[in-house]
Design a protein around this ligand. Structure first.
Ligand code: NAP
Length: 248
């Protein structure tokens, strides 16, 4: 048991759920969040008293405040915030995209992330804690249909570097994790189609949620003098495509 506490947003599925299990197995106390309370309760039942479930919507600032105020004493001293909750919606080109989907990505991936970070920063500074933000390769490399999703992840990447600068001298560590394709519920959420998700991941040998969870634990386990600024990961089967030229 490490006597350290991690708050992981978006622990009801994918990377966040794998991270909750991985950190708990490594002896951390885990606070897991997400909208689907039933899934959080099931996860907490599985992990045991080392986990505390906090169900709220990242887009609701008052709900974030209420949830954090409700933490039992044993879970109040947070050492690590993993800003993982997030989503992509839609794959249409920008001129055919749905504005409500764009807004939901911004409200979750940016506004929700900065709200919970702002709320926890004083405690993290006090404890010389750490923040790990889930950005994406979409922050650095544009792809068609990635428009606002890529924009939100570029925000997360740059916000992480900005936090590093602002937190200079406090001992707080900040990391931007930038994965390529990971098989989770991400594509089901993005497309609304299990068939589309199966087709994308099918024989592509994507990274697994467990791969990223292990990476998160590795980042969190570095000695206190060492900061991983940015970490980009891809499955071997994924790489870069070239520029495109419209002719005629
Ligand atoms: N999968 C990939 O290829 C990939 C690659 C690069 C980066 N990422 C990033 O990794 C992070 C985790 O994604 P994932 O792949 O694990 O996807 P996932 O399986 O769909 O999990 C997403 C998590 O985010 C939570 N979430 C979404 N909207 C929320 C909201 N409004 N309020 C609270 N929680 C919310 C979901 O919980 P509820 O639905 O229960 O609220 C769920 O726990 C995301 O930030 C994603 O952008 C993923």
């Amino acid at each position: 048991m490490t006597d350290r506490t991690v708050l992981i947003t978006g622990a009801t599925a994918g990377i966040g759920e794998a991270a909750a299990r991985t950190f708990a197995a490594a002896g951390w106390r885990v606070i897991g969040t997400g909208r689907r309370a039933d899934r959080l309760e099931a996860l907490a039942a599985d992990i045991g008293p080392q986990m505390h479930a906090l169900a709220f919507d990242m887009r609701d600032g008052a709900a974030i405040d209420d949830a954090l105020a409700s933490l039992p004493p044993a879970f109040q001293a947070i050492d690590l915030l993993i800003n993982n909750a997030g989503l992509a919606l839609g794959t249409a080109p920008a001129h055919q995209a749905d504005l409500a989907q764009w807004q939901q990505m911004i409200d979750t991936n940016i506004s929700g992330l900065i709200a919970i970070t702002h709320k926890l920063l004083p405690r993290l500074v006090e404890r010389k804690g750490a923040i790990i933000n889930l950005s994406s390769v979409a922050a650095t490399y544009p792809y068609s249909g990635g428009n606002v999703y890529g924009g939100t992840k570029a925000f997360v990447q740059q916000f992480s570097l900005g936090l590093r600068s602002d937190l200079h001298g406090t001992g707080v560590r900040v990391t931007s994790i930038e994965p390529g394709m990971v098989e989770t519920e991400f594509t089901l959420v993005r497309t609304g189609s299990q068939a589309a998700s199966d087709a994308l991941y099918g024989d592509a040998r994507p990274m697994t949620a467990q791969d990223i969870a292990q990476t998160l634990l590795w980042v969190a386990s570095q000695p206190p003098h060492l900061n991983i600024n940015r970490l980009e990961l891809m499955p071997v089967t994924q790489s870069f495509a070239g520029f495109q030229v419209a002719r005629g």
